[in-house]
Design a protein around this ligand. Structure first.
Ligand SMILES: NC(=O)c1ccc[n+]([C@@H]2O[C@H](COP(=O)([O-])OP(=O)(O)OC[C@H]3O[C@@H](n4cnc5c(N)ncnc54)[C@H](OP(=O)(O)O)[C@@H]3O)[C@@H](O)[C@H]2O)c1
Length: 357
């Protein structure tokens, strides 16, 4: 896969650059062959301050060249980059992202606000690259030259990666989804330590409906101008647990035919995802790794597979109520957020859909 033809890197902005996902964008984009961080934007609390002062940097070294970069407001008149990664809080993302799209910018969003809009692609390149074509419908119906492309809820992303090869091969009709979600999924400062240490919280606000509806859209079929939702019933239970990164997802799946664990393993082991995603700079060699170890995947041991971009699946076995059950694990803040968004931008770039650098 080659770099942009004009050999310049696209200047990109990060909205919500000070938060947990915003910081992960900075790490994912360090040394990126196609994109270069040009602008960092956040709320009025942070605007006007050097980045190192505005944010509480959480992991690894803060790139020296960004420490003194002055944070700007999330306003298209202050942010010039044609490509904008949004790690904004959902309380503000809806309006702000639309303002950028209206101003001709392409927004790669992590927020929930526009994911279910009928004309907004909700994309995992390996799973549903053809859905990107919704961008054309969006531009036509909203009369803007920019656009919004979203990636999914972090737990839904992990489940979708495990379910995609099975749905492609056998058609899933029913899914029970139980999650154990790391604290970094709640952002920073997120969940208070006294609420989560030694504890499991069986409630994450608005998470279950997000998982249920986003899986139907992501695994749906692009049909000309729209995405037809996958005709499967999904029920989700979501839980916050005291791990740092990584969402562990237990799945029980029913199909429109009898499917054995061996056949399911075979479908997942041979799956490489949509061809257009292969070879992109952030694409892992294997989007899905299947283990037959009886006690894997485990959060601590498997969360960094494929530098956080690979989902690990294991414990594929018969389910007495459904057909099969299995466990999937993925990095919520890399594959489930910033890494997934960068991969979406790479897919757009490889199809010539980015504005000129
Ligand atoms: N964490 C995950 O694993 C994950 C996974 C998938 C999707 N997401 C989604 O990604 C988004 C960011 O999540 P996060 O975990 O990074 O949250 P976070 O740590 O709370 O960061 C929120 C960011 O939004 C900015 N912000 C808040 N209010 C603003 C305003 N009025 N105007 C402009 N900027 C504002 C903050 O800037 P200040 O520092 O200046 O306040 C900060 O940069 C959310 O929509 C979340 O649902 C998160």
């Amino acid at each position: 896969m080659s770099a942009p033809s004009n050999a310049r890197r696209w200047p990109v902005a990060i909205l919500g650059a000070t938060g947990a996902v915003g910081q992960t964008f900075i790490r994912q984009l360090a040394g990126h062959p196609w994109f270069e961080i040009a602008e960092l934007a956040a709320s009025d609390r942070s605007a006007g301050r050097p980045y190192a002062e505005a944010c509480r940097w959480l992991e690894g070294p803060l790139p020296a060249e960004l420490a003194s970069r002055v944070v700007v407001r999330c306003d298209p008149s202050e942010v010039r980059s044609p490509l904008v990664f949004s790690a904004l809080d959902a309380g503000v993302a809806g309006e702000v992202e639309q303002a950028f799209a209206r101003a001709g910018r392409l927004v790669l969003s992590n927020a929930k606000n526009h994911r279910m809009d009928a004309d907004v692609p909700l994309v995992i390149p390996e799973v549903n690259a053809p859905h990107l074509a919704l961008l054309e419908t969006q531009r036509r119906t909203r009369s803007w030259t920019g656009g919004i492309v979203t990636n999914a809820n972090c737990a839904a992303t992990v489940a979708a990666m495990a379910m995609a090869p099975l749905h492609e091969a056998f058609t899933i009709t029913r899914a029970m989804v139980f999650t154990m979600q790391a604290v970094s999924g709640a952002g920073y400062p997120g969940v208070a330590s006294l609420d989560i240490l030694g504890n499991v919280i069986p409630y994450i606000g608005d998470e279950e409906p997000k998982v249920e509806r986003e899986l139907n859209k992501m695994l749906g079929r692009f049909a000309g101008e729209t995405v037809e939702a996958a005709p499967m019933k999904v029920s989700a239970h979501t839980n916050r647990v005291a791990t740092e990164h990584g969402h562990l997802v237990c799945l029980s799946l029913g199909f429109d035919q009898r499917v054995s664990p061996d056949a399911a393993m075979e479908a997942m082991c041979t799956w490489r995802g949509h061809a257009d995603a292969r070879g992109l700079p952030s694409a892992p060699e294997l989007p899905l790794v299947v283990t037959s170890e009886p006690d894997r995947p485990q959060t601590r041991r498997d969360v960094w597979a494929g530098k956080g971009m690979t989902v690990t699946v294991g414990r594929v076995r018969p389910d007495p109520l459904f057909d099969i059950k299995l466990v999937a694990l993925g990095h919520n803040i890399i594959r489930g957020a910033a890494g997934g968004s960068v991969l979406n931008a790479e897919l757009l770039a490889s199809r010539g859909l980015l504005p000129p650098a």
